[in-house]
Design a protein around this ligand. Structure first.
Ligand code: GCO
Length: 456
């Protein structure tokens, strides 16, 4: 249906960031290093050898940032808490300066009528925890960290996300080596994934134990996957990727088990010896599948797959086709809003979450201020408009999407891409740390104010 679409009254409109990507102040206020400090300081891991030491200097400019958010009319803010600021040793000793920092941040949000959505883990595990996610103890340390956060912030924070994109924190980091700690071993990838899922379960328990009315969920980034052709081979490849990448994380949470097909694929490939790998201990799957209050979905693009081999079922790592040159963002990601709709529909049918939040969606474009200091990032607006229309259509189709968190509030440290990719609504001049809202920042404020947009 075309015409103006008004979102449900209680729909949550926000933006998102994460601690390592914006805070800086890496060695200040009692913070210890995380695996990302260590990784980004290794020569050759990050484009231009950049790091998050200073980033957007949000650690010092947090007040200004929250004020700008308020001025722009954003109603909710998804941020993450740096574990090494709160528990510099990973567990045990609490760093009061870290707690104070987030207390001030949260209080400022509430005074500005901005609802806090707190992510517990956006990839910055303290280096003090030896073995990081390969070590099962890290999951229990995370439980302790979650409890400290619940105790410190739970009186004011009602919405929590446990782990951001566990596939990135495990496979991308331990199997494919692109992210910290930069390992390349598929078995270790599975071990890390399990410990992250276990951490999720333990955090749900910890938060709910302190605040039974708190809403808690995980932020997944299931791939929106399509076959290039209608061939049986392409379809079977797509099914493989679906179970290995998507179901591997959602099945344990919603069904209490890993997808049998994917387990078999790992056994065929020699990554797992049998159906009962040692890293799964009794009781784990019950913990992981404890009920949550919402499912967070991060969506940016789709992936298209093709194979000439009729039987690709022994593979465990697949490369999608490159995005069409004339239809991609500067990340090289295809612009494909329909992929969000199809993904939401699939996820909803398969897992029936009672509530879905789009915890990330956005686009990288490097628009900079013109001679008048204006930033006319029209392509970002176009991208966001199309994706918000898609969210509206998903709601019309009966999928319970209850909120949208745009990635990102401001330009920031884009992991292995360093500062080369700008996802922000607000431009950051990294030399002066000056913030300049882009045209998209005002456009988004208007959508929020009108609580809707025109559907085409
Ligand atoms: C991610 C993130 C963000 C990225 C964003 C753009 O999960 O990868 O949550 O940290 O910056 O997705 O790539």
């Amino acid at each position: 249906m075309s015409g103006f679409y008004e979102f449900p009254k209680e729909f949550k409109w926000g933006t998102a960031t994460s601690s390592y990507q914006i805070e800086g102040g890496a060695d200040q206020g009692g913070r210890s290093p995380s695996i990302w400090d260590e990784f980004s300081h290794r020569t050759g891991t990050i484009r231009n050898n950049e790091n998050g030491d200073i980033a957007c200097d949000h650690y010092h400019r947090w007040k200004e940032d929250i004020h700008l958010m308020k001025e722009l009319g954003y109603k909710a803010y998804r941020f993450s808490v740096a574990w090494p600021r709160i528990l510099p040793d990973g567990r045990g000793r609490i760093n009061q300066q870290g707690i104070d920092f987030y207390n001030r941040l949260i209080d400022e949000m509430l005074q500005s009528d901005i609802e806090p959505y707190l992510t517990l883990y956006h990839w910055d595990i303290p280096t003090k925890l030896k073995g990081a996610w390969l070590n099962r103890d890290s999951a229990y340390a995370f439980e302790e960290f979650s409890d400290v956060c619940a105790l410190s912030f739970g009186d004011r924070v009602k919405n929590w996300m446990t782990i951001n994109e566990p596939i990135c924190a495990s496979f991308l980091s331990y199997t494919w080596g692109h992210h910290a700690p930069g390992m390349s071993d598929p078995y270790q990838g599975l071990v890390a994934a399990h410990h992250l899922l276990l951490s999720h379960g333990l955090a749900v328990k910890a938060i709910h134990a302190r605040y039974s009315d708190a809403e808690i969920g995980i932020a997944l980034n299931p791939a929106s996957i399509y076959p290039l052709t209608d061939s049986t081979a392409d379809h079977s490849l797509v099914n493989q990727v679906e179970t290995l990448h998507n179901h591997w994380f959602a099945d344990p949470i919603y069904k209490g088990s890993y997808p049998a097909e994917a387990v078999q694929a790992y056994i065929r490939k020699g990554v797992l010896k049998n159906e009962n790998p040692d890293f799964i201990q009794s009781g784990d799957m019950q913990l992981i599948s404890a009920p949550t209050d919402f499912l967070g979905i991060n969506y940016y693009t789709r992936q298209v797959f093709h194979t000439d081999q009729p039987n690709s079922s022994a593979e465990i790592s697949f490369k999608s086709l490159p995005a069409p040159k004339d239809n991609q963002t500067e990340m090289g990601w295809e612009i494909f809003p329909q992929g969000l709709f199809d993904l939401l529909q699939k996820i909803y049918q398969e897992y029936k979450p009672t509530k879905i939040l789009i915890t990330e969606n956005g686009a990288s474009y490097s628009y900079a201020p013109d001679n008048f200091g204006k930033i006319d990032d029209s392509k970002r607006i176009e991208y966001l408009d199309m994706h918000l229309q898609t969210v509206a259509k998903a709601i019309q189709a009966g999928i319970p999407v209850k909120g949208y968190f745009l990635w990102s509030f401001m330009d920031n440290f884009e992991w292995a891409q360093g500062y080369s990719q700008r996802f922000g609504l607000v431009y950051v001049d990294y030399k002066t740390q000056k913030r300049t809202p882009k045209a998209s920042a005002y456009w988004y404020g208007k959508v929020i104010k009108e609580n809707g947009l025109i559907l085409i």
